[in-house]
Ligand binder design. Structure first.
Ligand code: ZN
Ligand code: FE
Length: 257
């Protein structure tokens, strides 16, 4: 499997997932047509599928033009996104398997950012859209804090620590700035911020991360951190400390950071 990140719009990433045996490929979240189409030509691959993580326009914006060019494309998304993802013709749920050439992708249902969010898990890599970012997570537009907590910590978080995390937006540096504001004493977080700033100074991409790195640095996977829990206790002295309550509070803080 080869994965090619394609920067789109101002800070989105689309990804080509290429089966090196058959030269067939799928595209995760084609935000816009032109950069995706150029990369397909460049790679000389046969695009057979669009893999949408959720219905937002900045993740499906290229669907219609790609389908015009390639009318036989399979267009995947969660079944509850029927009518919200242009051209969708396969309606997924938790545990379904999709194929791209000889590659298999396993579907995890991740409500929280939207009610129809899914991740695609291929080999050693997971494509998370706006559910998990490096150092952060998507806003709660349609789902609850409890749903998002479980999607991140119990579903995506259950994959092996070595799993590569390919996320939907280059928000890493600002996410880590927030993370440091809630957990300034985390040495791995300080180190990751330095690495990320060096990458961004050179115009590089911070995708992919790994699940191991996220568990060390992403505050939304660290609701059991004593430093984050102490902050919660200070802000909400009467409230019982539970992982979901901590998650909800730091998600609210991030909304206005
Ligand atoms: Zn979104
Ligand atoms: Fe987005």
């Amino acid at each position: 499997m080869q994965v090619v990140p394609i920067p789109c719009l101002s800070d989105n990433y689309s990804y080509l997932i290429i089966c090196e045996k058959t030269r067939q490929a799928g595209v995760v979240d084609p935000s816009e047509f032109t950069p995706v189409w150029e990369e397909i030509q460049q790679q000389g691959i046969e695009l057979i599928a669009i893999l949408n993580t959720h219905h937002h326009w900045d993740h499906v914006g290229g669907n219609e033009k790609l389908i015009q060019k390639l009318p036989n494309l399979k267009v995947y998304g969660h079944h509850s996104d029927r009518g919200r993802i242009p051209g969708q013709n396969v309606f997924l749920d938790e545990g379904h398997v999709v194929t791209v050439g000889s590659l298999e992708g396993h579907i995890t249902y991740n409500p929280g950012h939207t009610t129809g969010a899914v991740s695609y898990y291929f080999e050693d890599s997971v494509f998370t859209g706006d559910t998990m970012f490096a150092g952060g997570c998507g806003r709660l537009f349609e789902g609850t804090a409890g749903q998002m907590y479980r999607s991140l910590n119990e579903k995506i978080g259950a994959y092996p620590a070595t799993t590569k995390v390919y996320f939907g937006h280059e928000y890493t540096e600002s996410n880590l700035r927030f993370a440091l504001s809630v957990e300034p004493g985390n040495p791995q977080l300080q180190e990751k911020m330095a690495q990320v700033q060096a990458i961004r100074r050179n115009g590089g991409y911070t995708t992919p991360s790994t699940l191991a790195s996220e568990k060390q640095t992403n505050p939304f996977l660290r609701c059991d951190s004593s430093e984050i829990q102490a902050l919660f206790k200070k802000r909400k002295p009467q409230k019982e400390i539970t992982p979901v309550a901590v998650f909800k509070e730091i998600r609210l803080m991030k909304d206005s950071f």
